[in-house]
Design a protein around this ligand. Sequence first.
Ligand code: TYD
Length: 224
Amino acid sequence: MTSNKSAPGTKPQTELQTRSVLPGFIVFEGLDGAGTTTQARLFVERLRAGGAAVVATAEPTDGPIGRRIRAVLSGAEQASDRTMAYLFAADRSEHLDDPNHGVLAELHRGRYVVCDRYLFSSLAYQGSLCGFEFVRMLNAPFSLPEHLVFLDLQSKAGLERIKARGRSEIYETPHIQDTVYHGYRQALEQFRDSTMQIHHIDGSAAPEAIAEEVWSRIAIAPIH
Ligand code: TYD
């Protein structure tokens, strides 16, 4: 007998769990200072060394909307938290759909696309600042990566690393980073049963050790 009710003890599937996945798309996420930029770079270098065709990219992008976002992040311009949620979603839409160098076009050409931050940053940062449900809805049109690497580093350690850089952005305060950390945990929990593969990795180890761990988790046979 069939029934559209869930079996006892199982939760109904949500939109977050059934969203489509883009094969070959790999995303790095974490708090500020968690090492997403370094780890994305090391992963790209290793893929390329194995002969794979790889595109390295990041959000916010360096396009017009991304530049506007960076002006707000640096404190040079102002925007409300809700406006920032819209700007990040608009930047993401361009990033995915640009017919020449967008993520979808590059994946279609058979390249891997490795991205430093994606919609999980919006869920964690903007979700914490102006409501998870609002941000989830704004990001509902965007497909998931095949692999999500979450570099787990608590805010204190991340902020210590940032201090050494000598410049700071509007989200780099202990209070916001603590809230965003919980935002990430909440977001990852919601995607737990999706077909995207989530790699939850301790971000406090040495960069080379983390890179090794990431590599061992993502078993990819290079294209060619
Ligand atoms: P990042 O590029 O990692 O910072 P940096 O240039 O200093 O290395 O990210 C910029 C900031 O933008 C970071 O604090 C996270 C934030 N962010 C959001 O709040 N929402 C988003 O959707 C994205 C992609 C980033």
